[in-house]
Design a protein around this ligand. Structure first.
Ligand SMILES: [Zn+2]
Length: 92
């Protein structure tokens, strides 16, 4: 999970879709770990380093029905809006 070091913290929530399974997507220095999101299929560090890009990717993803890349991983009680609530404030 996110660990706090001198005010900096790792990012575990996907900037695009908000999925947070505890995996580190950006380390405490903001360096992307190139982890592919199993929900929206974005890779951390690829096309998600500006708010404009993030919003564009998110809009595209939601516009296509907010599909899970791997539907088997989708929880039965999955709630899009609840997951969106995980988005880091600076990436909303
Ligand atoms: Zn995602």
């Amino acid at each position: 999970m996110a660990d706090m070091t001198a005010g900096k913290k790792t990012e575990t929530a996907c900037r695009i879709c908000g999925l947070d399974n505890g995996e580190v997507l950006f380390d405490e220095y903001g360096v992307p770990q190139y982890v592919i999101c199993e929900c929206c299929h974005n890779e951390s560090g690829i096309g998600d380093d500006t708010l404009t890009q993030v919003r564009e990717l998110r809009g595209y993803w939601v516009g296509h029905g907010a599909q899970w890349h791997d539907p088997k991983r989708k929880p039965v009680d999955w709630d899009l809006l609840q997951q969106i609530g995980n988005l880091p404030p600076e990436w909303r």
